[in-house]
Design a protein around this ligand. Structure first.
Ligand SMILES: Cc1cc2nc3c(=O)[nH]c(=O)nc-3n(C[C@H](O)[C@H](O)[C@H](O)COP(=O)(O)OP(=O)(O)OC[C@H]3O[C@@H](n4cnc5c(N)ncnc54)[C@H](O)[C@@H]3O)c2cc1C
Length: 406
């Protein structure tokens, strides 16, 4: 069997490791000239770190990640902590894998270091894809053709595979932007930020904050509506003055942090509507190509990592000549969960950005009740997300997880 993967982001790189582990011949076609991620952070929950550990990245993760003590849900104006849920060591004890914060560049470098260099082709943009009952054919920009048995579209939110094979609709413009910045550890400590995962909620906008790079840098991402034009870009600079205007009235811990950030970036946030199917014959979608989502539950990369494991294992267990059935099995195992996360991520915008004072009071009271009553500390949504074990899902051993609800 020969698999062609389009895209070498976190999803494409992870599936390449899985395919190599399973001894499946493959090539990853990547349009970029180098494999690099931007200087932004990534929250990685146990459902994803478990897969990465299975792929042999455990020691690397422990070296460059930060394991936060707790999640703090905080009120934007007065800095009051509304709910605190445990992460270390509870995540490891309860879910069998740690909750980590990583710098994206560190994670991608760790994945790429383990990839077979012969499996990836850079500067290789795909122009079109097609299939017959016998094979898939990929035409490259500038000429050239790749032929294989299976095609995986891991080509992100603007997926060409999705557009050509599934649904040619554009991503949804959410009207929100994400501001982000990285500050040195000393500056963050001076403002009182400890080794936690912070979620600050205010009318109309929110901010998440956490340490990365083994604790040397502090990452913040602020999300909210923005009336001026913004483009989707990880490298577009943002104006500090504009960010301070957006976060005016917030507690000084946040406004001082924005003020103390040297380089600010801003990207428009888009997501996708759920698809009814990600598989057509010998072609399948994964990661953002299948289910690009809002970042409120920090699950986009995590879902792409889960997809990678399940998809590889379905191909590994496929009977000779049964790749279409293997892809259908992957879809049956993955689609409902990933689409649910996608929908919950969209709905969470309201939870974090609500403006009506009565509704805010009810939400805050609910948070306080949860903190007082919870045995283990993890809200049902987090339990449902974190307890998922991609290998158990493949083996059909996941009855315990299936009994949970969100
Ligand atoms: C502000 C923000 C914060 C986030 N925080 C988190 C978080 O904390 N935790 C989390 O799990 N997720 C988070 N996410 C989501 C996460 O970033 C994405 O879900 C994840 O990076 C998607 O990975 P992917 O490999 O599917 O796609 P991508 O990373 O988009 O990779 C797609 C690759 O395909 C290549 N490509 C595209 N078209 C072609 C073509 N025609 N030919 C060849 N190559 C092509 C691209 O160059 C790219 O390398 C966040 C997202 C945002 C916007």
């Amino acid at each position: 069997m020969r698999v062609i993967v389009i895209g070498c982001g976190i999803g494409g790189a992870t599936i390449s490791l899985g395919l190599s582990r399973a001894g499946i011949s493959h090539v990853v076609l990547e349009q970029a000239g180098e494999l690099a991620e931007v200087g932004a952070g990534l929250q990685m929950s146990p459902n994803a770190t478990r897969v990465l550990q299975n792929l042999g990245l455990g020691d690397d993760l422990a070296r460059f990640c930060v394991e936060p003590a707790a999640h703090y849900f905080t009120e934007s104006r007065n800095g009051e902590v509304l709910m605190k849920t445990p992460l270390m060591p509870k995540a490891q004890e309860i879910f069998g894998a740690p909750y980590y914060h990583a710098h994206r560049a560190d994670l991608l470098a760790a994945l790429v270091k383990r990839m077979d260099p012969g499996c990836v082709r850079l500067n290789t943009a795909v122009e079109s894809v097609e299939q017959t009952s016998e094979a898939v054919t990929v035409r490259l920009k500038g000429g050239g053709v790749e032929i294989g048995d299976v095609l995986i579209g891991a080509d992100g939110i603007h997926s060409l595979v999705r557009e050509q094979v599934f649904k040619p609709d554009p991503p949804r413009e959410t009207g929100c932007v994400a501001w982000r910045g990285l500050v040195p550890v000393k500056a963050a400590q001076a403002l009182g930020f400890e080794r936690n995962s912070y979620i600050w909620m205010g009318p109309d906008r929110s901010m998440v904050l956490y340490y990365v790079r083994g604790g040397k840098m502090f990452n913040w991402v602020g999300i909210g509506p923005f009336n001026a034009k913004a483009r989707e870009s990880w490298s577009a600079k943002g104006s500090k003055a504009a960010a301070l205007r957006e976060y005016a009235g917030w507690h000084s811990q946040i406004t001082d942090l924005i003020n103390g950030t040297d380089a600010l970036f801003m990207t428009a946030l888009n997501d996708r509507d759920p698809l009814e199917s990600w598989v057509a014959g010998r072609i399948g979608l994964m990661g953002d190509a299948a289910h690009a989502m809002m970042p409120f539950h920090a699950q986009g990369a995590a879902q792409s990592i889960e997809d990678s494991w399940v998809l590889t294992r379905c191909l590994e267990e496929a009977a000779e000549g049964e790749v279409a059935a293997a892809l259908k099995r992957y879809e049956a195992l993955r689609l409902t969960r990933a689409n649910r996360v996608q929908q919950q991520s969209r709905a969470a915008e309201h939870l974090f950005h609500m403006t009506d004072p009565d509704e805010i009071a009810r939400r805050n009271a609910r948070f306080a009740r949860h903190e007082a009553s919870s045995q283990e500390g993890f809200p049902p949504g987090q339990q449902w997300l974190f307890a998922y074990d991609a290998e158990k899902a493949v083996r059909g051993d996941d009855a315990e997880w299936r009994a949970m609800s969100w």
